[in-house]
Design a protein around this ligand. Sequence first.
Ligand SMILES: Nc1ncnc2c1ncn2[C@@H]1O[C@H](COP(=O)(O)OP(=O)(O)OP(=O)(O)O)[C@@H](O)[C@H]1O
Length: 220
Amino acid sequence: MSAGVTLENLVLGYQQPILGPVSLHLKAGIHVLLGRNGAGKTTLMRTIAGILPPLSGKVQLGQPGRIGYLGHRAALSEGLTVEQNLKFWQHISRLYAQPQPLETLTEQFDLQHLLPKRVRQLSRGQRQRADLARLSLVRPDVLLLDEPLTGLDPVQARYIRQKMQEWSAECPLIYSTHSLPEALEMTSSFLLVQGRGVRLLDISELAEPEIELLLWLEAS
Ligand SMILES: Nc1ncnc2c1ncn2[C@@H]1O[C@H](COP(=O)(O)OP(=O)(O)OP(=O)(O)O)[C@@H](O)[C@H]1O
């Protein structure tokens, strides 16, 4: 299995292009996606996830090409309970892996009291935890997390940061955030979305990385 994502002359958007052409390769590890509101971060993730077809160019994934996507809306059925949702995803993931037992997921993601609740009854942070538990069953070749730490309490946020480090040991993990301090704590690999371009840069290679980034964010 080859770990990595390659974007080849990718142009993406809706009726009109928003970003591109973008060509880059992402290896295993955490890559943080930064850009102003409306820059195109969600659109880029949805395109890599295959939810939105590219306008031109292509996305190449490692094999077997499974994608784990955490979007703004949970990939959980609103009318089912958390337990029913997780059992459904366990059933799916059993097709290619031995899924973690429900008890393990419940403990790891602090879901004990939430199992009998319907997803529509959950708070944003609770929903996020249930969706992250669902994601941990998928064993993807690429992980795309749209603001995964937003809405989580500090204990859960610390746990999810640890999980993200674990998950990214074997596959690229792209995640978006608006918090520069949080990003700097997680990785040195930055994907900067500005204008029509996406720049991949390793900030440890810059002389004054924080200043440069802050200037970029200010100027964009
Ligand atoms: N379904 C859609 N149809 C047409 N245009 C859209 C659609 N969704 C988003 N856009 C436009 O695409 C552009 C990029 O939006 P996107 O949601 O990707 O930005 P973002 O960087 O994720 O923003 P934020 O930081 O606010 O979440 C915006 O100008 C937005 O108005």
